[in-house]
Design a binder for this molecule. Structure first.
Ligand code: PAN
Ligand code: ZN
Length: 189
């Protein structure tokens, strides 16, 4: 990226703090249920969901265009729909940042759930999400959102412009813990 491409004008953006709706977003990324088949423990259950519901949206990301370069801060809204796959709560794919030494802050605006985090050495921790709770994911921890509620889990995320996303290692490694509904309560197993 050239210096000219890294230079942008100051801007503001309206975010509805109750719903997480971002006005005038530039980029929208939707992740469909079919792409989640490798991620859930119960492969038959996610395949059934995809077929019976016509491959619905699983989660969405809304953002303004910000250069993917050091010095910038990328800002986005992450919206994960509620539901379960064979008793496992809906989750995002999860990733490491390509530049491992980059952190991320998640401010939960709506819904409830967890940010599940792991290191490549196998440490695994989770922090609850509820509206108004900020979760800090330090450098080198992979992270995945989990929705344990009945409404969309919406978070406002900030992370370094040059962080990048590494999904491949999580497809291979997975996370050491999964989150299941056990008698109406989330349980990490
Ligand atoms: C988030 C995530 C968002 C979607 O903005 O990108 O929740 O999850 P996946 O990227 O794992 O599909 C973030 O952590 N950005 O770095
Ligand atoms: Zn991230």
């Amino acid at each position: 990226m050239t210096d000219t491409q890294k230079r942008i004008e100051p801007f503001g953006v309206e975010i509805d703090l109750l719903t997480g709706a971002m006005k005038d977003f530039d980029n929208y990324k939707k992740t469909m249920a079919s792409t989640m088949i490798p991620y859930y423990a119960d492969t038959d259950a996610i395949r059934d969901l995809v077929e019976s519901q016509g491959n619905p949206i699983h989660y969405e990301v809304f953002e303004k265009t910000i250069p993917e370069a050091a010095g910038h801060i990328r800002v986005c809204i992450s919206k994960l729909l509620p539901g379960k796959v064979g008793g496992e709560f809906f989750m995002t794919k999860g990733h490491y940042h390509t530049v491992l030494e980059t952190a991320e802050s998640y401010l939960c605006l709506a819904g409830e759930g967890f940010l599940l985090m792991k290191t490549s050495e196998g440490r695994c921790l989770w922090e609850p999400f509820r509206p108004g709770r900020l979760v800090y994911c330090p450098p080198s921890w992979a992270h995945r959102s989990i929705n344990t509620g009945s409404v969309p889990l919406v978070s406002l995320c900030h992370y370094p412009g040059d962080a990048g996303h590494n999904y491949g290692d999580i497809v291979e490694e997975g996370f050491p813990k999964r989150c299941f509904d056990r008698g109406g309560k989330p349980a990490f197993e």
